[in-house]
Design a protein around this ligand. Sequence first.
Ligand SMILES: O=C(O)CCC(=O)C(=O)O
Length: 264
Amino acid sequence: MIDQSPTTQDSLLSDVELARFERDGYIIVNKMVAVEVLAAMSAYVDEALSPLMAPVEFEADVQYPGAPADRDAPGGSTPRRLFNAYTRDCVFRDWARSSELTQRIAQLIGSKHLVLSQNHHNCIMTKHPGYSSATLWHQDIRYWSFDRPQLVNAWLAIGEESMVNGCMSVLPGSHKLTLDRGRLDSALFLRTDLEENRALLATEIPVLLYPGEVLFFDCQLFHAAGRNGSDQIKKSLVFTYHAADNQPIPETRSDATPGISIDV
Ligand SMILES: O=C(O)CCC(=O)C(=O)O
């Protein structure tokens, strides 16, 4: 096992970082994961892609712009997400439970009693050259069901994330907006055809990440991502956390599998 434990001081966000997260709905923390841990994660992903290890979501399943029409179309068997990252390998579990990560999540959520959701994210995003699709503007919470909309995602760049390989973009401060339903489409994506949304969309900031950097973002933040125009697979690992007293609504997808309790 690779030691992933830093000192306590290294694991804390400064007041400035906390204020930035509150204002913008996201922050980026650099050098959070050692090169050898990233290499182990990347090697796992390569192994899990060939032969493909279930459970998997295919590009053809998401039906996003640029995705193959169905599983039989060219590129139809391109994997988009390797689900159940937490249970796949200890390199992912150790990261998900590391004090480096969970102490920061505890600060952002305001609770030392955390739960890692096994129902949302908990996956490795594999964005392939050739057949990857674009993700439209959305807020994760619109698809989730909890007592309170207070969940934080930790998105780790296993490799570099750039505009070329389809990095994420965010609309800073959009986690605080209350938008009329009409500004979203039938699938709850922000409508890019509306004049009313133009000023908001113009605030877009691409999130460029070096390997080992982590994007922490609020589940209410609008975000989107492009297609992978490089010749390498983009690999990202994403976990979602909530406070233990913020429970999923019974009988919803958010409640399908119990979460993993983590006391910080
Ligand atoms: O396509 C991407 O890289 C972003 C994925 C995303 O935003 C999501 O799964 O919520």
